[in-house]
Design a binder for this molecule. Structure first.
Ligand code: FES
Length: 124
């Protein structure tokens, strides 16, 4: 895998009630990311979707992962942050461990990290 995998929860309602037939904000975020990625010749991530990542209270939610790097769970996202998410993914990919300090993230994502998970080969 040469690019990070960005997994977006498409069932997130972002704390909002969902009217009949209304598209969840997570699905809108996924669609926004998909549109941006389709418009570039060098996508910075492989985009995937998931249903409920157990972070509903802080949704929209996403996770970014890459072999040998920390997996980061992100929350408090919204569809208008799609471009910032892709910028963050580029910095994540370039980092040695996946750690991207808040000062190196787009300002809109400075407080987006909810948790991080060690990669499978991680040994402390
Ligand atoms: S619905 Fe998105 S984390 Fe639960």
């Amino acid at each position: 895998m040469s690019r990070p995998r960005l997994i977006v929860c498409t069932t997130c309602r972002a704390g909002l009630p969902l009217a009949e037939g209304e598209t969840p904000q997570g699905a809108v975020l996924h669609a926004a990311l998909s549109g941006l990625l389709a418009a570039t010749s060098a996508p910075p991530v492989d985009l995937h979707a998931a249903s409920c990542m157990a972070n509903c209270e802080q949704g929209c939610s996403a996770a970014i992962a890459m072999p040998g790097k920390w997996t980061y769970v992100l929350g408090r996202l919204s569809p208008d942050l799609a471009e910032d998410l892709l910028r963050y993914a580029g910095v994540y990919a370039a980092s040695a461990t996946g750690t991207v300090m808040p000062s190196r993230r787009p300002a809109s994502l400075a407080r987006a990290v909810v948790a991080r998970v060690p990669h499978l080969e991680y040994a402390a």
